[in-house]
Design a protein around this ligand. Structure first.
Ligand code: AMP
Ligand code: MG
Length: 635
């Protein structure tokens, strides 16, 4: 059995009454927690991993796993025991088998999955569980270390609904095999705090992981100069500094559109499940195709889609078959009906060369094989993926929780829509472009409005933002000559660097991490000019936000011919706004939209692509090829 066909489930939903009602899995153990030891041993043996827990759900989610609370509850007993956890695990399991282990077994065997699955398959059983045996003694079962067929869920649900609670009690309803392991210590569970402390003392603690500072990360860049930083170096520092927010939730399939898949999805079935016909016509045996002349075959029955014909086809026979109809036993080819020479009610005549053996047959599993990864974690779910998941029967899929992004504009001159435009003031447009860009990325947004140019207002806004969001986007106030307090305030709240980047538009950028009251958030202080804010968002913030979401969505640069010369200074990256269309020869040709000033938002609105002129590039001649980044795609 392939590893990908087995999901792992750590049972951590108990009350921990013997540990002073603490959550057992989260007890510190050998410099991490008990459950992390279990995960470290379980992960290499299985595909997706989940934890069944009823408390501290967010803490468990931080281990980058799906966390499943019980879905049944007893009147008096809040958590009905391991079987309830197992039931929740089976309900959400996307693979055909589930391996459950308790959260207090930090020494579980590294061949647990392999040995249980071998025994399960050999005995064609429903469940395989571990046991140990001392010489001359009766075997001692460890029923909570078990590999279960996921399609046995209904049996478990009915056992639970009849009041059954014992794991080994449920096994009586099933075909169960016991697998003897040699190392009894591997199944040792830790039940009391004393036991835990005793074991914990036996190994020295490892030093805690050290979060890198921005300065450390930046020191990896050759000749790092914050006042003259190349675009690619700034992008790299951001990439190395940002960390993913690990939190997974199960959502109904339709809701997953545009969300980031949190785990590889392993196909539990072959798609299609059977060899079937790609055409309306006649299913026949390839061996019956005539080498020359014609042959007449007897039509032995009709196979409709969804109504397999349960007869074996003998030489000289064929079956009338509809598209999607299951290939009858013995048939390997389909003659499309329009290729038949002649037909009667119960015969079909065909000519040599009409088809070749094997034609027009779709093979079982040709779309997806059982056990293969249908979709990889990190993918942003698109319409085709919804269909693919549906074809596998997934009603829910695990996605990353939405990234929460707070944003505000700074500037005393800014007015919000609806306010009077006083002399010298402008309407705040950045908050709308940022709203649009964040929404398109699938973020949960927190619009904090306009913040005036004062240190107190800025500090308060930043604190509120980082107490409520994973990332903060600000616009304005970071350019040279802007009030110095921005630097001061952002610096006081965390690890923030101010850069001057070799690019146009959008030279100034503040980046780092700020914290307040124990919460922290990554900060992108974008410039205020309306085009600069968009360019900086797309080329710096976008990738970082996706990285925080655990998504992979690199931007594809395409090539197009420039219809006119473009002036460009080497030594900085320029992002010009362009309109790409087919040229006279049918090849893509790009022209620059009017004025390229960094405040001229119309240039952005008219454009359908960005022309990316790289660092080392100089003037572009008419007809020369340039890199472009199209704004819209099909999906
Ligand atoms: P700053 O980066 O704060 O010096 O702003 C640079 C320029 O962008 C100034 O002309 C600002 O008025 C303008 N600006 C800043 N923020 C916004 C905004 N939210 N909407 C429109 N224009 C803005
Ligand atoms: Mg300003």
């Amino acid at each position: 059995m392939e590893q990908g066909m087995i999901s792992g489930l750590v049972l951590a939903g108990g009350r921990g009454s013997r540990m002073g009602n603490v959550d057992k899995g989260l007890q510190p153990f050998r410099s991490s927690t008990m459950v992390e030891h279990v995960l470290a041993r379980l992960r290499p043996q299985v595909g997706p991993v989940a934890i069944s827990a009823n408390r501290n759900l967010d803490t468990y989610r931080a281990f980058d796993v799906m966390v499943l609370p019980d879905e049944i509850a007893d009147g008096l007993e809040p958590f009905p025991g391991p079987l309830a956890g197992l039931e929740a695990g089976l309900r959400h399991c996307a693979t055909p088998y589930l391996l459950a282990v308790p959260c207090d077994s930090p020494f579980l065997p590294s061949d647990l999955a392999a040995r249980l699955s071998a025994a399960l398959q050999e005995a064609d059983a429903d469940v395989a569980y571990a046991a140990t045996q001392e010489p001359g003694m009766r075997a001692q079962p460890h029923p909570v270390f078990c590999l279960v067929r996921v399609d046995r869920l209904p049996a478990l649900s009915s056992y639970l609904s009849e009041g059954g609670r014992r794991v080994d009690g449920w096994y009586r309803d099933l075909k169960a095999v016991e697998v003897i392991f040699d190392d009894a210590d591997a199944f040792r569970n830790i039940n009391t705090l004393d036991e835990l402390r005793g074991l914990d003392a036996s190994s020295p603690p490892a030093p805690p992981p050290f979060p890198a500072s921005l300065a450390q990360v930046a020191s990896c860049i050759n000749g790092y100069d914050p006042d003259a930083l190349r675009v690619q170096d700034a992008q790299r520092i951001i990439r190395d500094f940002v960390q993913p927010v690990r939190a997974v939730e199960m959502v109904a399939l339709r809701t997953a559109l545009g969300r980031v898949l949190a785990r590889d999805l392993v196909s539990p079935i072959d798609v299609p499940a059977h060899d079937n016909s790609a055409m309306d016509g006649y299913a026949l045996r390839g061996a019956d195709l005539p080498p020359e002349g014609t042959v007449t075959l007897r039509v032995a029955g009709i196979a409709y889609a969804g109504k397999p014909l349960d007869i074996a086809i003998r030489p000289g026979e064929c079956v009338r078959i509809m598209t999607g109809g299951v290939m009858p036993a013995g048939c390997d080819s389909v003659l499309p009906q329009e290729f038949a020479d002649s037909t009667t009610d119960d015969t079909v005549t065909l000519r040599a060369g009409a088809i070749r053996p094997g034609d027009n047959r779709r093979l079982a599993g040709e779309d997806l094989k059982a056990g293969s990864a249908a979709l990889k974690a990190g993918r942003i779910i698109r319409p085709a993926d919804l269909g693919l998941c549906a074809s596998l029967g997934f009603a829910e899929i695990p996605v990353q929780r939405r990234l929460r992004v707070a944003f505000f504009s700074t500037g005393d001159e800014l007015r919000s829509i609806g306010q009077a435009l006083d002399a010298g003031c402008v309407y705040d447009s950045n908050r709308y472009t940022i709203y649009g860009m964040l929404t398109r990325l699938g973020c949960e947004i927190i619009d904090m409005g306009v913040v005036g140019d004062s240190p107190e207002a800025l500090e308060e806004a930043l604190r509120t933002a980082c107490e409520n969001a994973d990332a903060i986007i600000t616009s304005g106030g970071v350019s040279v000559g802007a009030a110095d307090y921005t630097k001061q305030v952002m610096g006081q709240l965390g690890d923030v660097t101010f850069w001057k980047i070799g690019m146009r538009p959008g030279r100034p950028l503040a980046f780092g991490r700020v914290s307040s009251n124990g919460r922290s958030a990554f900060l992108f202080g974008l410039p205020g000019n309306p085009v600069a804010v968009m360019v900086s968002f797309y080329f710096f913030a976008r990738e970082a936000l996706l990285q925080m979401m655990g998504a992979e969505a690199p931007l594809p640069l395409l090539r197009a011919r420039s219809n006119s010369p473009i002036r460009k200074k080497p030594g900085r990256t320029e992002y010009q706004r362009g309109i790409v269309a087919r040229g006279d020869d049918g090849e893509p040709e790009v022209r620059i939209t009017g004025s390229q000033g960094s405040g001229i938002l119309r240039s952005m609105s008219e454009a359908n692509c960005m022309v990316v002129l790289h660092d080392g590039q100089g003037n572009v001649a008419a007809g020369e090829m340039v890199d472009i980044l199209p704004f819209e795609g099909l999906f």
